[in-house]
Ligand binder design. Structure first.
Ligand SMILES: O=C[C@H](O)[C@H](O)[C@H](O)COP(=O)(O)O
Length: 217
C-alpha cells in the first residue's frame, strides 16, 4: 500500500462520521481531496459544506456540493482535515499548504475535529516539519526577528500568498516540547495572523491509514 492509498483509506473512513442533513467542515490538502471526492457520494444526503480554502471550495463545488459561508452557519458537528505532523496527544502541525488560518477558524467552530492521515505523520515530538506562520506582509522582517528570539529559524516561503493575502514564514529547527505555550507565544507577536500549531484546539479523533487498515485513536 503506498502513501496515497493510506490517505484515501483514512479519508473514506471519515465518511462514517458524516450525519444526514448536516453541514460538514472541510479542510485542505491531498488527504482532504480524497475526502471531498468520497463526500460527493453523499451530496444528496448532506446539507452542504463549509470550506477552509479556495482550493477545497472549488473542488467541492465542482462535485456539486453546496459551500456555505461560515458566517451563515451557527455550528458544525464535524471538521475533517489532514495534518503535517501529529503526536500521541493529538497536537498537530498544519499549514504545509498555507491554509492554516482558515483551517483553524473552521476547526474552532466544529464540535469534533477528525484528523485524517497516513502513518508517516505520527511523530514523538513536533518540529521536524517546519512550522508555518501566516504573517501580515509588512510585518515579515519584524516577526522573523522575534521568532529567532524564540529559538526558531524562519524562512520566507517564496512565491506563496495565502487566501487571505498574507505571507508564510516556515520555522525550522524547533523541538516543540510545549506546543500550547509556543502556539500562544507565536500568536502574541504583532503581525502574526496565526501559526500552524493546533495544540490549544487539537484533534478529537484521528484516523490513520496503515498497512493493516485504518486505525482510529
Ligand atoms: O495547509 C494545509 C493543511 O494544513 C493540510 O491539511 C496539511 O498540510 C496536510 O496536507 P496533506 O494531506 O496534503 O498531507
Amino acid at each position: 500500500m503506498d502513501q496515497n492509498q493510506k490517505k484515501k483509506a483514512a479519508a473514506e473512513a471519515a465518511l462514517a462520521f458524516v450525519q444526514p442533513d448536516t453541514i460538514v467542515g472541510v479542510g485542505t490538502g491531498s488527504t482532504v481531496n480524497f475526502f471531498i471526492d468520497a463526500l460527493a457520494s453523499k451530496k444528496n444526503d448532506i446539507a452542504g459544506a463549509v470550506s477552509s480554502s479556495d482550493a477545497s471550495t472549488q473542488r467541492l463545488k465542482k462535485l456539486g456540493i453546496e459551500v456555505f459561508d461560515l458566517n451563515s452557519v451557527d455550528d458544525l458537528d464535524i471538521y475533517v482535515d489532514g495534518a503535517d505532523e501529529i503526536t500521541e496527544h493529538k497536537h498537530m502541525i498544519k499549514g504545509g499548504g498555507a491554509a492554516l488560518t482558515r483551517e483553524k477558524i473552521v476547526a474552532a467552530v466544529a464540535k469534533t475535529f477528525i484528523c485524517i492521515i497516513d502513518d508517516t505523520k505520527h511523530v514523538p515530538i513536533l518540529g521536524r516539519f517546519p512550522l508555518p506562520v501566516e504573517v501580515i506582509p509588512m510585518a515579515r522582517s519584524y516577526v522573523a526577528r522575534e521568532i529567532v528570539k524564540l529559538g526558531g529559524d524562519p524562512a520566507y516561503r517564496q512565491g506563496v500568498v495565502t487566501d487571505n493575502g498574507n505571507i508564510i514564514l516556515d520555522v525550522h529547527n524547533l523541538e516543540i516540547l510545549n506546543p500550547v505555550e509556543l502556539e500562544n507565544q507565536l500568536n502574541n507577536i504583532v503581525g502574526v495572523v496565526t501559526n500552524g500549531l493546533f495544540a490549544d484546539r487539537c484533534a478529537d479523533i484521528v484516523l490513520t491509514g496503515t498497512e493493516q487498515g485504518v486505525v482510529k485513536s
